[in-house]
Write a protein that binds this ligand. Structure first.
Ligand code: FAD
Length: 339
């Protein structure tokens, strides 16, 4: 998709941007759609390929507009095209490492490839899978340990895998693995799942699942590749060795915010704290999506917050323009923000 000339910001000021968006998942791409369609000069920075977590999800069934469901990859490609069509510049494989407020009120967004100067910033860095830290986990990454069933599931055709976790991700990804694997152990530290009832019904009905209740993973063993997962029953302390070729961990998430420590407020789990208008403690710096301390980690929430963050950024820029009438920008903003 190339920018649509009816929408693209004419003569985009690349010396000082209106908004820089950190993260190209659903939240960041939606913010990009709204900001660029609002004629703000917009750059989206994504450390990998854009799409975020959904790009690795086989099927999304609960996002409105797709009654039959849509593959996560297709949905993220559509969001990406839409942002680019309206003129947002999407820079993939460029990671943001720091953010600095300059004395004139502008922001320097430092990446592994340079520094961008901007009047406002939208933080949408999302989350990543939590590591269990058990012996063998790091050693067997790519040789049987994975966090992405969609990426690696087909490698386990006719084999046996263990899925660790009891939430939506564990159950949905386990169902996907069951398409290929002969057997799926679902290891959960409680004796009931947390996943949505519809997902639970499906996996309880599958003959390929064996549920290993009240158990936590202890160690992953193997020679060249994974051969077994040892689990411990939290009630009886009994240790059991599951003969598996693959281990897929879905035990929680960590926000991608370590680089923001001391720059914006984070809660005790590392999620970004904002006011009700999604603004962080820094004026003109907004946060949205899974990395924001919000109650639901879902696409609908992420895109809603992405839209709101972009509208708030636009309002912030409009207020700056009123406060300091001067050189006009694409946003109607001014050349510099007050310190
Ligand atoms: C297996 C799985 C299945 C799911 N299924 C569903 C479902 O069916 N329905 C649903 O509603 N939700 C589902 N979700 C949740 C959904 O994917 C998330 O809520 C959504 O992706 C959050 O979007 P986001 O943009 O906030 O964050 P993310 O999708 O995490 O995107 C953040 C992006 O920011 C990038 N980034 C991070 N740090 C930096 C940096 N420093 N510099 C540059 N880029 C950076 C990351 O690479 C990433 O691409 C699922 C999640 C998983 C893991």
């Amino acid at each position: 998709m190339t920018p649509d000339k009816d929408y693209a910001v004419p003569d985009i000021d690349t010396a000082v941007l209106d908004v820089v968006i950190v993260g190209g998942g659903p939240a960041g791409l939606t913010a990009g759609i709204y900001a660029s369609r609002g004629r703000l000069s917009t750059v989206i920075l994504e450390r990998n390929m854009a799409g975020g977590q959904i790009a690795l999800t086989e099927l999304v069934e609960n996002y409105p507009g797709f009654p039959e469901g849509i593959s996560g990859f297709d949905l993220s490609e559509k969001m990406k095209s839409q942002a680019v069509r309206f003129g947002a510049e999407l820079r993939e494989v460029e990671a943001v490492t720091s953010l600095r407020r300059e004395p004139d009120g502008l922001y320097s967004v430092v990446t592994d490839q340079g520094t961008l100067l901007t009047r406002s910033v939208i933080l949408a860095p999302g989350v990543e899978a939590k590591r269990s830290g058990i012996p063998g986990e790091a050693e067997f990454i790519g040789r049987g340990v994975s966090w992405c069933a969609t990426c690696d599931g087909p490698l386990y055709r006719g084999r046996t895998v263990a899925v660790v976790g009891g939430g939506d991700s564990a159950v949905e990804e386990g169902m996907f693995l069951a398409k290929f694997a002969e057997k799926v152990y679902l290891v959960h530290r409680r004796n009931e799942l947390r996943a949505a009832p519809i997902a639970q019904e499906r996996c309880f009905a599958s003959p390929k699942f064996e549920f290993v209740w009240d158990c936590i993973p202890l160690r992953i063993d193997g020679d060249q590749a994974v051969e077994a997962l040892e689990v411990e029953n939290v009630k009886t302390k009994e240790v059991r060795r599951l003969p598996v070729n693959g281990v897929f961990m879905y035990i929680g998430q960590l926000p991608n915010t370590s680089w923001l420590k001391g720059i914006v407020d984070l809660d005790d789990q590392g999620y970004i704290v904002t006011d009700g208008h999604l603004q962080t403690k820094l004026p003109g710096v907004f946060a949205c999506g899974d990395a924001h301390a919000n109650p639901i980690k879902q696409i609908a929430m992420a895109v809603g917050e992405g839209a709101l963050a972009a509208v708030q950024a636009q309002r912030y820029l409009d207020a700056l323009a009123c406060a300091l009438p001067g050189a006009a920008t694409a946003a109607g903003g001014t050349a510099a923000a007050p310190a």
